[in-house]
Design a protein around this ligand. Sequence first.
Ligand SMILES: Cc1cc2nc3c(=O)[nH]c(=O)nc-3n(C[C@H](O)[C@H](O)[C@H](O)COP(=O)(O)OP(=O)(O)OC[C@H]3O[C@@H](n4cnc5c(N)ncnc54)[C@H](O)[C@@H]3O)c2cc1C
Ligand code: SF4
Length: 320
Amino acid sequence: MKTFTYRTAAGVADGLEPGATFLGGGTNLVDLMKLGVATPDVLVDVTRLGLDDVAELPGGGLRIGAGVRNSDLAADPRVRGQYPVLSQALLAGASGQLRNMATTAGNLLQRTRCRYFMDATMPCNKHDPGSGCPAVSGDHRNLAILGASPSCIATHPSDMAVALAALDAVVRISGPTGERTVPVTELHRLPGDTPERDTVLEHGELITAVDLPPLEFATRSTYRKVRDRASYAFAVGSVAAALQVTDGTVRDVRLAFGAVAHKPWRASQAEEALRGRPATRESFLAAADAELGAARPLRDNTFKVALIRNLVASVLEGLS
Ligand SMILES: Cc1cc2nc3c(=O)[nH]c(=O)nc-3n(C[C@H](O)[C@H](O)[C@H](O)COP(=O)(O)OP(=O)(O)OC[C@H]3O[C@@H](n4cnc5c(N)ncnc54)[C@H](O)[C@@H]3O)c2cc1C
Ligand code: SF4
C-alpha cells in the first residue's frame, strides 16, 4: 500500500484540508487502498466531528449526521416508524459488523463493485481515464441497463442511497467556498465521457448531513433487494417504494431502482404514469414499462429488465 499521512479532524473547518481524502468507517476506502485503486496522500478521519446524531427538523423530517453509523440509523425508532424503506434498505446491506462501522456519508460515496475497477492492473476508464472499458464486452452481468455510456457501464452499489433517492433526501455539504445542498438524486452523476467522477462533489467538499423531508405516506414504504446469495451480497436489482392509495386509486407514489445505473435511479416516469391510475398489477406493470423503455441492456444483463419490472409490480401490490 502507498505511504500516506493520517490525522483526525477536530471540527468541520479543520477537516477541510485541500487535497485530503476523508475517512469514514473505512470499509470501502481502505479496501480500495489495499488494492492500489485508491492512493490518497493525506487521510483525514472525519468520524469524530460530532456529526453522529439523528435530529428532528422543525417542519418535520429528520437530519441524519454524516457520521451516523448504518446500524444506528437502521435501528432509530423514528426511521423505522416513519421511513421503513430506509431502515430496510440499510439492513439489506453488507453485514452487521460492516454496518456498525459504515457511515451515512461513506455509504453514499462508496464506489462501484465493477470487477475491472477494483483491479488496478486492468484497464478501466474510471480508475485510469482513457484506458477503455473492458466490461462492455466482458463481465457485465451485474452492470447498468439505464443511463450508461460507451465509456462506462458501472452501477452504484449502495442500498441505502436507493431509499434516500425515493424519499427526496437532500445532502448537506461544506467546502472551501462555503455550504450548499444537493438533492440525493443529483449527487451521483451518469458516466458520460467522464466516468472517473462519481458525483458532483468538488475536491475538498465534505458531506455533513442528509435531510429527510417529511412524507406522511412513507409509513407505507418498503425496500426489496434481489441478490445472488441470501445475505452479504450486493444487489442484482432492487426497488424502493412508497405508495398512497385511496379508494383503489394511486394518489401518490415514490419509486427508485438500485443496481441498474451509475446512480440510484429515481423512476420519475413510472411515478408519473401511476398517479391517478387504479392500484392494480396491470397499472404497476405499465408504470414499470414506462420507465424501462429507456433500458439498454447488454448481452448478459437483459434479465435485469424483467427482474425490475416484476419487482415493481410485486412491491407495489404488497403496499396496496
Ligand atoms: C463485504 C462487503 C459487503 C458489502 N455489501 C454491501 C451491500 O450489500 N449493500 C451496500 O449498500 N453496501 C455494501 N457494502 C459497502 C458498505 O456499505 C460500504 O463500504 C460502507 O457503507 C462505506 O461507508 P464507510 O463509512 O466505511 O466509508 P469509507 O470507506 O470510509 O469511505 C467511502 C468514501 O466516502 C468518502 N467519505 C467518507 N465520509 C465522507 C464525508 N463525510 N464527506 C465526503 N466524503 C466522505 C471517502 O473519502 C471514500 O471515498 C459492503 C462492503 C463490504 C466490504
Ligand atoms: S464499467 Fe466503468 S468501472 Fe467498470 S471497467 Fe468499465 S469504465 Fe471501469
